[in-house]
Design a protein around this ligand. Structure first.
Ligand code: ADP
Ligand code: MG
Length: 687
């Protein structure tokens, strides 16, 4: 199978070029065929220019000219190269040819007319062309037969010429043998071009219309395969064991809800009802609870955990950090322990003796609810009768890790995921396939909105004065920096520097602490709890405090070099304040006055809606690169864009569902999925 062969099998691809290809994830000849050209950068022969019309801005352009001279040249830096001078009736241009393309250049003879694509820059007397691609005019003398020329994203020393040549060779191989990657029925129903035509047309389009069709096919293919794989493997995975049926809410739950220090909001009530109904079904729950920061998810998870206990089972909740686990523990103790529910905290840094005792109790069923970190995943962690697994902030965990926890029970436990990173609906569909979603928008009543300010460097003094003022009023504050320590090549403020600076100046007599991810767990823990108890007034940190931390007395969040963070992340950070009933502030310090950076921060100033910000973040970060997929072990999307292609996502999902429903045997499924994804899905779903 030629498509599985390494790229080095191609003529002209040595170890160096192979390494450059590897940097863009191209390993095999098959990968190369799926290394698609940049979307808006095809070169169009209908836009042939005269030499004098060429824009000398380094962009890739195309023109027709006559060869004037071909000369060997030498410079100490690039050694031997070839100078090709070409002309038309408007002027001259010089082409610099290096390496292998020199041999081609030597065969050119003066007087012949050629088509040239390359990057155009101003030269001393003529304009100069680098990365030139020279093509003879077709026999009929016209340009019509040449098609449209692709432009590829480059890496390392790769050139457009390299990629065009290698991909042409690969397409010739495909001409002889190429498996279809979509089920025949789908290709037919959707009137898509077959794979070979589509590959040919996306690289070297025979017309603009065919390029459009080819792109449409690959967009659909990408989204369809993802949905199909997710649905198929999830089903394989979950059919193995049956789920657990919980009873309707009983006395215990009623008492717990009644004793809460507040009334549940309608959004919270609805979310819990959805969860409750899922738990009462024998089909295992797969639900994600999405709620903006501060929307009150924790109490909902507490109720779900209690429901498992009310039914005689155990439940657990996994948090991404020890700080968060400890915080959940405190909350759950407060809500649940008064009703006789036994609660345990399992973290990595525990004393061996305490840990042994807890593990023993879990296995004997003497603990009802366990809060833990990754420590929960260890093999020696066993439950007597686990019926509910809650994961908080699950984007920090791989799907494999979650599967590991789910396997700690004889039957499939119910699965609830809580996330404060609002995931746009389209992304939720893409990444999670058939996950059900409970949504809590807005915040509980009585919570003030956070006032967001955006300043550049010249206001630093005022910001620090504000910091001192908040502390003088008995409040607390965070200062978040993008780096731990100063680095030479990055112009951003580091937590260490800011900490030293503040301690020596504005915060001389004020307890301030430094917190970052490189500290030991116990050390972080100690600082966090000193901050939570109000002993420490100002916390200078990196983004380790991003998720979940709840200190209602903190009213000011200063973010240094805010331009370096994504909108969603800034929103998360902002969510650390405004957690009590005091007016809170978030100051975004911009380390630049570039208009696009400031415009981006303005979006944050204007909105406190995490869902809107997440969509906006995706849009601003450009298509294709979506967060989430990688963390889930899935490939990033190459041509599809889940914001732009929402309708296709939905269509692909419906078609994948239909296909699976029609033919549960799915003989062909694994074969096709394997071709596309290798064993990625098997690894994700543990099957
Ligand atoms: P998150 O969704 O970010 O995890 P939390 O569960 O930490 O939010 O809740 C944020 C704060 O709101 C907590 O201090 C919590 O006690 C409070 N809270 C939660 N639900 C309500 C409610 N219905 N009414 C008033 N306050 C609430
Ligand atoms: Mg939370």
């Amino acid at each position: 199978m030629w498509w599985k062969e390494p790229v080095t099998k191609l003529k002209g691809v040595g170890p160096k070029k192979a390494a450059d290809l590897l940097a863009v994830d191209v390993r095999t000849i098959g990968d190369l065929l799926e290394y698609f050209p940049r979307q808006e950068a095809y070169l169009d022969y209908s836009q042939l220019k005269k030499i004098r019309e060429l824009a000398t801005d380094g962009s890739s352009q195309i023109f027709k000219a006559e060869i004037y001279s071909v000369k060997e040249a030498y410079s100490p830096k690039v050694r031997n190269y070839t100078n090709v001078t070409v002309r038309d009736e408007t002027g001259y241009a010089t082409l610099f040819m290096f390496g292998a393309s020199r041999y081609k250049a030597k065969k050119l003879f003066p007087g012949s007319t050629v088509l040239i694509t390359g990057k155009v820059k101003p030269g001393r007397t003529t304009c100069t062309i680098t990365d030139a691609f020279i093509q003879p005019l077709p026999d009929d003398g016209g340009e019509g037969g040449l098609g449209i020329i692709p432009t590829y994203p480059l890496s390392g020393a790769l050139t457009q010429n390299n990629l065009r040549k290698w991909i042409k060779t690969a397409l010739e191989m495909a001409e002889k043998e190429l498996p279809e990657s979509l089920p025949a029925k789908i290709v037919r129903n959707m009137s898509l071009p077959d794979r070979l035509s589509a590959l040919k047309d996306i690289h070297f389009p025979s017309s603009w219309e065919n390029l459009r069709k080819a792109r449409k096919r690959f967009i659909f293919e990408e989204l369809f395969m993802l949905q199909w794989g997710l649905l198929y493997y999830r089903r394989l995975h979950q059919d193995a064991r049956s789920g657990i049926k919980h009873g309707v809410d009983g006395e215990l739950l009623k008492k717990i809800i009644k004793a809460l220090p507040f009334e549940l909001t309608p959004q919270q009530k609805k979310a819990f009802q959805e969860i409750s109904l899922d738990m009462q079904d024998v089909k295992p729950m797969h639900r994600i609870l999405q709620g903006d920061v501060g929307s009150g998810k924790t109490v909902i998870s507490a109720l779900a955990l209690a429901k498992a206990v009310e039914n005689g089972y155990q439940s657990c909740i996994m948090a991404p950090t020890e700080i968060l686990a400890a915080q959940h523990y405190e909350t759950l103790v407060q809500y649940l322990e008064p009703f006789g529910i036994r609660i345990g905290l399992l973290v990595g840094g525990m004393r061996a003796k305490a840990k042994r005792k807890l593990l023993e109790n879990m296995e004997l069923g003497l603990v009802d609810v366990v809060i833990g970190t990754h420590a929960l995943l260890e093999d020696n962690v066993k439950f007597a009768k686990l019926s509910l697994v809650v994961t908080d902030e699950q984007h920090r965990f791989g799907v494999e890790q979650r599967a590991k926890l789910m396997n700690k029970s004889e039957n499939t436990p119910d699965n609830l995921i809580m996330t404060a990173t609002p995931i746009p609906r389209t992304l939720a569909l893409t990444v999670y396939g058939d996950l059900d979603v409970s949504l809590m928008k807005g915040r509980p009543p009585g919570r003030k909105s956070v006032q967001t300010l955006c300043y550049t460097e010249e206001r630093r003094k005022d910001v620090y004065a504000g910091l001192v003022r908040q502390v003088a009023q008995g409040r607390q504050a965070y200062v978040v920096c993008p780096l731990i320590e100063q680095s030479d090549n990055l112009e951003a403020r580091s937590a260490e520097n800011v900490y030293e600076e503040l301690k020596a100046t504005y915060l001389k007599n004020i307890p301030v602490a430094l917190l970052h991810g490189r500290m030991k767990g116990a050390e972080k823990e100690a600082i966090m709890s000193a901050f939570a108890s109000g002993e420490i007034k100002v916390l200078v940190s990196t983004t380790v405090i991003e998720v979940g931390v709840n200190v209602p007395n903190a009213t000011l969040m200063v973010i240094e070099n805010a331009e370096r963070f994504g909108l969603a992340q800034l929103h998360q950070l902002r969510g650390r304040v405004g957690r009590g009933d005091l007016q809170s502030y978030c100051v975004l310090m911009a380390g630049t006055d570039a208009p696009e950076s400031l415009a981006r921060l303005q979006v944050l100033h204007d909105s406190e809606d995490g869902f809107y910000l997440a969509e906006e973040d995706l849009r601003l970060r450009g298509s294709g690169q979506l967060f989430g997929l990688r963390q889930h072990g899935l490939p990033d999307l190459k041509v599809a864009d889940i914001i732009r292609d929402t309708e296709t996502v939905v269509k692909a999902r419906v078609m994948a569902q239909e296909l699976l429903a029609e033919d549960p045997e799915q003989k062909q499924t694994e074969e096709l999925l394997n071709l596309q994804f290798g064993d990625r899905f098997r690894m994700i779903f543990n099957v």
